[in-house]
Design a protein around this ligand. Structure first.
Ligand code: FCB
Length: 460
């Protein structure tokens, strides 16, 4: 099939500040919760973002990679502790200037800057050492993050194409407070809902702050990693409520689903939802971002949910969900490959939240990439599996568009290999290989493939 994507469709790549920048103690930056987390033994091999891809010093060359790739958009995040390094909330001009230069250079290259305001690097001063206090457990954090968003929006203004408030609040709530995988790694089960609500509130307040400071021109969005499940219908429904509609419904419909309250009865009283919060959260946005990698297979279990909770719930439907092994093939992350689910999710979102344009803000594959040296001394990385993955997911996006779903863009994760959170440097998602010893960049075969794909499938 000849796939020509709609005129103006954004083909991009995505990164996040802590995953690429390094230079953690330069330019006035102070630690984030991920600096603390990675320095206290919570990542594979004790890896940290101290150096990462050294993007802070190499950004000019790295943006040239984007230009070579021929993308028309680049999604990156602002490192909050670079911009607001101290608890007094004062902006650090050096930090703002860094991002301002990036935005200008992108515009010079004809690449639309898509700015994520919160990609997990909460300043450490907003949280207590072990995360038991402060952070997203506090309402106050939502207000402070909104102040920060206003400062960024005032500086970058309408040079930014789209501001994205949050990246994957599911991770910031469920993996960071419910579980232990992400900073601060509290493992406090139902406290995740408290964090989720404060993240929702931050989304609404950030939308207001960005509109007030950057005017009407830039788009507003949020990026969710919806939990796409297959398996037993009750379990799928339950995960949909807890993992997806807990964000989608307040943001896009101005309410939490009643069923979410009933299935969490006895473990969460939702007393942290104050009068007026839902109006604040329910802000008009221009586009909804979806990060999509794989699907889950689930079934209901007899265990009570959140065994950590002191009050086990007796509410109907309050038993937990078992996550079953998925059928292969799997990526290096152990994530299954299921492009049909991307198509189905885009179509379903379009049906359930009509009129909301969609963007795939992340999609990609970790592979066991190896550098090979040709007879001419040229270094190469042959990553055919990644090419296949990207091609099949782009086809799924195209199918959804053909069926009338308004999808505005696709961003490959990632421009280059980087610090993969709890997995440290062990997982490579890049279109560009990074030799972490020398910081050499080597374009993988997928880089050239994506470049050709963009050239061949963009509307003229
Ligand atoms: C997503 C994150 C992103 C990256 C990819 C692989 O959950 O948003 O930063 O780590 O996964």
């Amino acid at each position: 099939m000849t796939m020509i994507f709609p005129k103006g469709f954004m083909f991009g790549t995505a990164t996040a500040a802590y995953q690429i920048e390094g230079a953690v103690a330069e330019g006035g930056r102070t630690p984030s919760i991920w600096d603390t987390f990675s320095h206290t033994g919570h990542t594979l091999n004790g890896d940290t973002g101290d150096v990462a891809d050294d993007f802070y010093h190499r950004w000019e060359d790295d943006l040239k990679l984007l230009r070579d790739l021929g993308v028309n958009a680049y999604r990156f995040s602002i490192g909050i502790p670079r911009v607001i390094p101290t608890p007094d909330g004062k902006p650090n001009q050096e930090g703002l200037d860094f991002y301002s230069r990036i935005v200008d250079r992108l515009l010079e290259y004809g690449i639309a800057p898509i700015v994520t305001l919160y990609h997990w690097d909460l300043p450490q001063y907003m949280a207590s050492g072990d995360g038991r206090e402060g952070g997203w457990l506090e309402r106050e954090t939502a207000y402070r993050i909104a102040d920060y968003a206003g400062i960024v929006a005032k500086c970058l203004g309408d040079r930014v194409h789209t501001y994205t408030t949050l990246n994957e609040p599911w991770c910031s709530a469920h993996l960071s407070y419910g579980g232990t995988e992400h900073a601060p790694g509290l493992g406090a089960g139902p406290l995740a809902f408290r964090a989720a609500h404060h993240l929702n509130l931050a989304h609404g307040l950030m939308c207001e702050a960005v509109r007030a400071e950057a005017g009407a021109k830039p788009g507003l969005s949020v990026t969710l990693n919806l939990q796409i499940c297959r398996g037993d219908a009750d379990a799928v429904h339950r995960v949909d409520l807890i993992g997806n509609r807990v964000f989608l419904d307040p943001m896009l419909r101005g309410r939490y689903p009643d069923e979410l309250f009933s299935i969490t009865k006895g473990i969460c009283d939702w007393g942290f939802v104050c009068d007026g919060d839902l109006d604040l959260i329910h802000q008009p946005i221009d586009v909804l971002g979806l990060n999509y990698y794989s699907t889950n297979l689930v079934k209901m279990s007899d265990r009570p949910q959140f065994p950590q909770s002191t009050e086990a719930s007796t509410a109907p439907g309050a038993s937990d969900v078992d996550w079953l092994p998925t059928a292969g093939p799997h990526t290096e992350m152990g994530w299954n490959i299921d492009p049909d689910a991307l198509y189905e999710t885009l179509v379903r979102l379009n049906d359930n939240y009509p009129g909301m344009p969609l963007v795939v803000t992340e999609n990609g594959m970790a592979c066991p990439d190896k550098v090979e040296v040709g007879t001419d001394g040229v270094k190469m990385v042959h990553d055919n599996d990644r090419i296949d993955y990207l091609r099949r997911h782009l086809e799924a996006v195209y199918r959804a568009i053909e069926e009338g779903t308004d999808v505005r863009g696709y961003f490959a994760w990632s421009l280059m290999d980087n610090f993969e959170w709890a997995f440290g440097y062990s997982k490579r998602f890049g279109l560009t290989y990074v030799d972490y010893e020398s910081q050499e960049r080597i374009k993988k075969d997928s880089f050239d493939w994506y470049r050709r794909f963009i050239a061949d499938h963009s509307a003229r």
